[in-house]
Ligand binder design. Sequence first.
Ligand code: UD1
Ligand code: UDP
Length: 385
Amino acid sequence: MKRLKVMTVFGTRPEAIKMAPLALELSSRPELEAVCCVTAQHREMLDSVLDIFGLKPDYDLNVMEPRQTLSTIAAKCLNGMDGVLEQARPDLVLVHGDTSTTFAGALAAFYHKIPVGHVEAGLRTYDKWSPYPEEINRKLVGAIADLHFCPTVANRDNLARENITKGVFLTGNTVIDALQTTIVKDFAFRSDILNDLDYVNRQVILITCHRRENYGQPMVNIMTALRRVADAFPEAELVYPVHLSPVVQEAAHKYLDNHPRIHLTSPLDVREMHNLMARCHLVMTDSGGLQEEAPALGKPVLVLRKETERPEAVAAGTVRLAGVEEEVIFQMASRLLSDRAEYDKMAHAANPYGDGHACRRIADAIIWHFGRRETPPEEFGNIPL
Ligand code: UD1
Ligand code: UDP
């Protein structure tokens, strides 16, 4: 029987980290022919992930431009996908999450009448402007997709509220699959700063901040609060791998340069990032992926946003919303750095997002959907962690 051709489409760092283990899983299945198309909405940050997972894309649209706009990315991806889909004619296109690549990839497949599978489906804030433009991207992809791979029960419930109940699978998040391949006990970083930090006796705070809705005043508030934290806590060492976006680079260097205990670095590769997270004391971030990874590693997270589409770890007690006001961020960080009992309340491992078998379930679900397997996969949560 002819193998089913399944095309993964992704373009940014987080999509790559979460799709790479799935692409590898699909390649290992005899029923499937896995092909991979990258838009390269991110260039260096994408290539770093491809290198680490040993993935070689079959198609590369190379769309990235400095300071690209949302319209440019979507238009270039949509145009580029036309030729790729015409040539490859896959049986299924898989997109991930909520980026411009995700939306354009799903829309292009729809225009070619190719079924779409949405990995990391059903996350919602119900606020059109936050995260911007991701909330609307994922809702639009939800409307297009035929298969929906939900990380959690809450994600599946969100889709049910939108009357999306067919083709929905509860799989866990593939980021936990990725995380299980990267952490090593005696990891050596490429930078001396990271190798030389005293992770046991110092309070190492891992920071990331890049979201578009935080551009402008919220980012100024965040950076100012971070500098106050560094000034107020002599044991604190702040490590901030700065996103390559020129907007973020400018803000980070303007407010955080020239402090002996604030370490601004280039983006870390994913292995370095996960191993740094495993060693740090506290995470402060507006990233989506870090909110999923840090709880699995038992690290408290202060989220530098007004809301989150990932309420599960907030409920589990390992994540708190700190918002984007300077004073609130400073106070919340201060409390965790000075009150051991308060810190210990948050610092416990929680795995609401996955058990490391999401990719297997997604591959099984696809094979079952196309009638090449008798049973659907078991749901995430039904097997012991
Ligand atoms: C994108 C996603 C966001 C995701 C984030 C992950 C959209 C609308 N946003 O936002 O959901 O959280 O990626 O990081 O899809 N750049 C480089 N090299 C790189 C990557 C980026 O130079 O490897 C610079 C370029 O100047 C680029 C800019 O960063 O124009 C912004 O990249 P873009 O993908 O537009 O936005 P992100 O903020 O990264
Ligand atoms: N990450 C990384 N290096 C960095 C910063 C982040 O490898 O310097 C990883 C991080 O561990 C997570 C993913 O990138 O897996 C999150 O990406 P990002 O914060 O860019 O996007 P988001 O998750 O907010 O969409």
